[in-house]
Ligand binder design. Sequence first.
Ligand code: GDP
Ligand code: IMO
Ligand code: MG
Length: 430
Amino acid sequence: MGSTCVVGLQWGDEAKGKIVDLLCDQHDAVVRYQGGANAGHTVVADGVTYKLSLLPTGILRPGIECVIGNGVVIHPPALLKEVETLKKQGVEIGGRLHVSDRAHVILPYHLAEERLTEESASAADHLGTTRRGIGPCYRDKVGRVHGVRVGDLYHPAQFREHLSRIIDYKNRLLAAMLPEFDPLDAKQVADEYLEYADVLRPLVCDTTTWMHHSLAQGKRLLFEGAQGSLLDVDHGSYPYVTSSNSSAAGIAAGSGVPTRHIDRWIGIVKAYTTRVGGGPFPTEQDNDVGERIRRIGREYGTVTGRPRRCGWFDAVAVRYSSRVSGSTEIALMLLDVLSGLDEIKVAVAYENKDGKRIPELPGHVADLAECRPVYETLPGWSEDLTKARSWSDLPKAAHDYVRFLSKQIGVPISIVSVGPERLQTITKVG
Ligand code: GDP
Ligand code: IMO
Ligand code: MG
């Protein structure tokens, strides 16, 4: 048996955390390969809720090694704070966490740069980001001149010099654009980050080599995607995306592990759709149905607390994202949230404003914004599903709904989830 990936197929928050946690039993290490503290993965175990942002979800399981790979962007104070919070919740981290020396570092000017665009006078520039400095840090990574990697922190003299040049540049830029901007002091920032570096030193290594050694010993890796495939910078609803390859396309680049090691490609979907932040959302229900889903599904952002936009399942979008992420099986989450609806709709195609049928997800955001969903309507069910533990515990209408989605996506559904707890999971479907 080889390695596994768990990747969201919608716009994030598909409940990846719950599935990663469940699959830990069959793996040796959990690997984050992209994104940063914009992610918020929730695990509920024995009534206790844990929230993971930068840390791989495997950290909750004693004995599981955890890797923050080269493709992740790290804000050191956020990482240290998360470690502290988990320790207070009784989570033992010990020597299980490994942080890539190639991962890029989020610095204070990244947060200021993001404020600049997100608060700019032109609403068209607002993406509705999580404001964790993710976009500006990836921009500097790709731009090269201003990039800072974790490994740079262990060459203090060069780091101080490099940072002083960067901060000189950023101060001038930010002061010109933001009249109230307080210039950053390069020495102060360097001192602060070198202190973080000291604390992080035992964790930092070449994680790619570490993972290849593990694989050579027959260990199994579990790649934990953050965000979702429709937020992928190349394959998502650009520009309303995140700044990394959040589909399975990011795994090889963001970890240094070729994907031939993976033989289980799990795509995670909710039984409906949510989205946080801006961007088109054809099946959005800005009405009683959307409000009901938000209330019952507790659809509020884990990171920012923003109410999530809610709507019907979009099979057009998921057919596309499951291809991009190579899903060989689907975990269908939050099915319990749909109980009590007389009927449930699923978008099976789109129509443009001239009434022309559009079977595939359009690549341009303006075309997507004009699409109207073509729905198929299925009967709902009134039963509470949260106590279901096996396929036969589900009512017929729920069976029909699960089978319909699987047929629409073209991929088997292997897991159905009916509540946040580990036990509220059905693993033998149909
Ligand atoms: P992630 O970012 O993909 O890990 O997902 P989030 O943690 O942001 O959001 C998923 C939310 O749904 C969390 O609060 C989970 O505890 C919760 N959850 C997970 N599975 C289920 C389920 O089957 N039913 C219900 N009602 N809640 C679930
Ligand atoms: P998890 O891993 C849902 C969204 C933001 C915004 C866009 C860009 O919990 O599923 P960014 O801060 O990344 O530059 O914001 O992406 N976004 C998420 N939405 N779940 C997430 O993570 C998200 N991470 C970013 O709301 O629309
Ligand atoms: Mg989340």
